[in-house]
Design a protein around this ligand. Structure first.
Ligand code: DHB
Ligand code: FE
Length: 291
């Protein structure tokens, strides 16, 4: 059967992708950030999954404001990079896993999550920057990716509770898939940042670090935190952090198993307009089997 092996959390700041694409990672501004990514990259190289369910928000590249799905699952064999601003990144196409996508859709929708199924969509920095952060600059991504797009752009957006519960449902779907696959769930976006208005540039280090602690140690409590707290404390785009709860929901402890092991944590300020965060949690079920 397929199994969840880990959850990974990371900011998806477009400028971080551009720094890699333009060979600027060793410039003084970026060198400390990329040095901070090294332990995560080394861990990922030794623990590359077969499939990543990659939770992110589209930034009006796949979906304009004419149509805003709350949760959209990619069903394709292939997704092309696209982006606003600097344009499509020169990174490999994202290769999907359509049979597992179909199984997740079947399982999760039958559990009353109303996913939009997307048979053709481009993926923007929300998806490609986390891949570059974790895998560097390969000619092809080393695993399949199933995009799971969450609306955090236009209100009303899904609650933390709904995101956590979706993660639990994704775990049940993966564990009922009859193929021997290692699957990770990645939550992306954040940490605190605000890109517009009088508070543009807002970064709240205290709140971000409390969020890390609550996400790791009290995810059910974090799931009750209202959107207005994210926006007030972490900025208008800090609301992206609610997507990390989908990945956290997929861990064994929320299905009656053991607590995950924290493999890596990074907090770096600033990266572009953002506090860049990164976290890896190894699932308890894989620890008992393979530790
Ligand atoms: C920035 C961060 C984001 O998450 C994003 O989607 C766009 C821009 C930034 O820090 O500039
Ligand atoms: Fe974003």
């Amino acid at each position: 059967m397929a199994r969840i092996t880990a959850s990974v959390y990371t900011s998806h700041v477009p400028a971080i992708g551009v720094a890699m694409d333009l060979g600027k990672t060793q410039e003084p501004y970026y060198a400390p950030l990329f040095a901070g990514y090294e332990p995560a990259r080394a861990w990922m190289a030794a623990n590359t999954p077969d499939v990543v369910v990659l939770v992110f928000n589209d930034h009006a590249n796949a979906f304009s404001l004419e149509m805003v799905p709350t949760f959209a699952l990619g069903m394709s064999a292939r997704y092309e990079p696209a982006d606003e601003g600097w344009g499509a990144r020169p990174v490999p196409p994202v290769v999907g896993q359509p049979t597992l996508s179909a199984h997740i859709a079947h399982s999760v929708i039958r559990e009353d999550f109303d996913l939009t199924l997307v048979n053709d969509m481009p993926v923007d920095h929300g998806c490609t920057v986390p891949l570059s952060i974790m895998f560097g600059q390969p000619d092809a991504w080393p695993c399949a990716v199933i995009p799971l797009v969450v609306n955090v752009v236009q209100y009303p957006i899904p609650s933390g509770r709904r995101c956590l519960e979706l993660g639990k449902a994704v775990r049940r779907a993966v564990e009922s898939y009859d193929e021997d696959l290692d699957v990770q769930v990645w939550g992306t976006g954040g940490m605190s940042h605000q890109l517009q208005g009088p508070r543009a540039g807002l970064i709240n280090q205290k709140w971000d670090n409390e969020f890390f602690e609550r996400l790791v140690n009290d995810p059910e409590g974090q799931a009750t935190v209202e959107h207005v707290e994210y926006v007030r404390e972490a900025g208008s785009e800090g609301i992206e952090l609610v997507m990390w709860l989908v990945a956290r929901g997929a861990m064994a402890d929320l299905a009656g198993g053991g607590a995950p092991t924290e493999v890596h944590r990074l907090y770096h300020v600033p990266a572009s307009n953002t506090a860049a965060g990164q976290l890896i949690l190894k699932d308890a079920s894989t620890m008992t089997t393979f530790a």
